[in-house]
Design a protein around this ligand. Structure first.
Ligand code: FES
Length: 139
């Protein structure tokens, strides 16, 4: 699990380095730690619909908002920037809620609360994630 380096001084203020682009396979939701806080990092396929082609990485809270024991690194299936909480590994977590990992917005229930999202920046080959969240939306 990549560990964010909040003490690094060469990155943007308020961000922690979580690893290199090559540490995170495309179309996989990986577990990261930022300043001691475990989160999910989605590496979206940088084709049309996959987000920012120069930095298609999106950090969110680690767990689904529907059943908060369900870790998105184990349940998340990515298609573009849409993460579907759909697992065959965790009983009780296969409900199919869809979230936009860019905004955290719920695209389809049963989840009703958006994911907390964190700004992510790519600097050369490194990925940096904001320590503080972007305000989340709830519908
Ligand atoms: S736990 Fe994610 S949709 Fe139910």
């Amino acid at each position: 699990m990549p560990e964010g380096d909040a003490g690094a001084t060469s990155g943007p203020v308020g961000f922690a380095r979580v690893g290199s682009k090559s540490d995170f396979p495309v179309n996989v939701v990986s577990r990261i730690v930022v300043n001691g806080d475990a989160r999910a990092l989605s590496h979206c396929d940088p084709t049309p619909g996959g987000g920012d082609p120069s930095c298609p990485f999106y950090a969110t809270q680690l767990h689904c908002t529907h059943v908060t024991l369900c870790e998105l690194t184990q349940t998340g299936v990515l298609a573009g920037t849409v993460l579907t909480c759909l697992t065959k590994y965790l009983p009780g977590c296969a409900h199919g809620s869809k979230f936009d990992v860019v905004t955290g917005e719920v695209k389809n229930g049963p989840a009703i609360s958006s994911l907390v999202v964190y700004e992510t920046r790519c600097l050369n080959d490194e990925i940096w994630v904001a320590i503080r969240s972007i305000a989340s939306k709830t519908r």
